[in-house]
Design a protein around this ligand. Structure first.
Ligand SMILES: NC(=O)c1ccc[n+]([C@@H]2O[C@H](COP(=O)([O-])OP(=O)(O)OC[C@H]3O[C@@H](n4cnc5c(N)ncnc54)[C@H](O)[C@@H]3O)[C@@H](O)[C@H]2O)c1
Length: 410
């Protein structure tokens, strides 16, 4: 069996759970190095690896030391938002294959720096956007590829996740969101919904983002939450009187070269239930993730009692094989199984040497939405031009799905 020597940089909630639930269960991965700014997190991860595998990884608090001294072929980077791109560039420039966890960028320049690091070295890099591998998004994408929705006109998605508790406990848990919600106002986490939409619309592969506008509501959700939870201020007195700049709701509209419109909503600081709202609208039908509905033109119109979950009837025909055969146990761990599917794809592409299905141009285009949205909001919703990180090559690049899709009409 081919062995992959992997390093992990960033061992917070995401890094540790991915190590425990997804990475260590792959027998072909040897986790040879771990890194975090906090020594206790390095020790905890090293202990887990020793327990599960009987080997001691190289451990460090300095990612440059990991990149230069450890025996790694690839690194996975679930560090905090501020350091993803910097660490990825350092790894790529040392010819170490890199999987970058998701987040937004702080400037368009750093996205260009990422692209240049890749182009100057050819080191494979993949944005580890797990939602691109989830069954709902793949089902709808397969149906779109098969022409079921006709010509696609509009897509929508949201990061709708009540994160008030996580944000408020940022200092207690040494987490990055608190400082970001204090200082910034932007579409700070676009890729969970935008990634699958961009793949469906062949962004950077015959299509591209042309411009965007973003507007933000006031920030009131966290203030109310802290009033309702004074115990959190007792635990972290820096929360008292803190002014949050991040608007509760941020709406972004992206216009694409081929005429499609995308809307995104960041919605993380008001009470709600989790939803990515993946929505595809075409001249012949729609998919809506919120109700798991497919509606095709010409079908009788029914209310929610009939259309709720009716997308299930298309699974036999359009769901990718990996999702049809996944065990219930696999679906229980790590985001309903999508993290495992994503990591398998990452390993397969390292092994085959095939270009990554979510590559550096996708990473730059998707992550740059955050920096561009900050500019747009600061300018009262003014349109921002989206850079073409492919420098025109999007006209030549063929569409590429993240995994093989079932698109044959039966
Ligand atoms: N794909 C998903 O479903 C998913 C889920 C959760 C988090 N994430 C992403 O994973 C990343 C981590 O999230 P988290 O919740 O674990 O955050 P976290 O704050 O718990 O962990 C981040 C860790 O990175 C470390 N770090 C930061 N800068 C570093 C550096 N220069 N060198 C080494 N280590 C460094 C921090 O010390 C911290 O331990 C974020 O980018 C987040 O967007 C993705």
């Amino acid at each position: 069996m081919r062995k992959f020597k992997l390093g992990i940089i960033g061992l917070g909630a995401r890094g540790y759970t991915m190590l425990r639930d997804v990475i260590l269960p792959f027998p072909e991965i040897e986790v040879t190095a771990v890194c975090d700014l906090y020594p206790d997190r390095v020790e905890e991860a090293a202990k887990l690896i020793e327990e599960k595998r009987g080997t001691k990884p190289f451990g460090t608090t300095d990612y440059i030391e990991l990149l230069e001294k450890a025996d790694v072929e690839a690194v996975y980077v679930p560090s905090a938002w501020e350091t993803h791109i910097e660490i990825a560039i350092a790894a790529i420039r040392r010819h170490i294959i890199t999987g970058i966890e998701v987040g937004g960028s702080y400037s368009v320049e750093e996205c260009w720096d990422l692209v240049h690091a890749y182009e100057e070295t050819g080191t494979p890099v993949m944005l580890m956007e797990n939602c691109c591998f989830y069954k709902d998004e793949l089902l709808a994408t397969a149906m779109a590829r098969a022409g079921k929705f006709g010509e696609i006109v509009y897509c929508h998605g949201a990061y709708a996740h009540d994160l008030r508790s996580e944000i408020a406990q940022g200092n207690v848990n040494r987490h990055y969101r608190l400082r970001n919600y204090t200082a910034r106002n932007c579409e700070n986490y676009p890729t969970h919904e935008l990634g699958p939409i961009a793949k469906l619309l062949n962004i950077n592969r015959g299509n591209r983002f042309v411009s965007l506008v973003s507007v933000a509501s006031k920030a009131a959700g966290l203030d109310q939450y802290l009033k309702d939870h004074p115990e959190l201020i007792e635990k972290d007195p820096t929360l008292k009187g803190r002014v949050f700049h991040q608007g509760d709701i941020v709406n972004t509209i992206i216009t694409c070269q081929n005429g499609e419109q995308i809307t995104l909503r960041l919605d993380t600081t008001l009470p709600r239930v989790y939803d990515r709202e993946f929505t595809v609208r075409g001249t012949k039908g729609l998919y809506s993730q919120t109700t798991n509905t497919v509606f095709l033109d010409g079908e009788p119109e029914f209310g929610p009692d009939k259309t709720m979950n009716n997308a299930q009837k298309y699974e036999e025909e359009f769901l990718p094989e990996v999702w049809k055969t996944m065990s219930d146990e696999a679906k229980r761990i790590s985001h309903g199984g999508m993290d495992g599917v994503m990591f398998r794809v990452f390993l397969d592409h390292i092994e085959s040497g095939e270009p990554m299905p979510i590559d550096v141009y996708d990473a730059a285009a998707w992550m740059s939405v955050t920096a561009l949205s900050a500019q747009s909001i600061a300018q009262g919703g003014a349109p921002q031009a989206c850079p073409d990180f492919t420098n025109g090559k999007y006209l030549l690049r063929e569409p590429k799905d993240v995994i093989p899709l079932n698109v044959s009409e039966k």
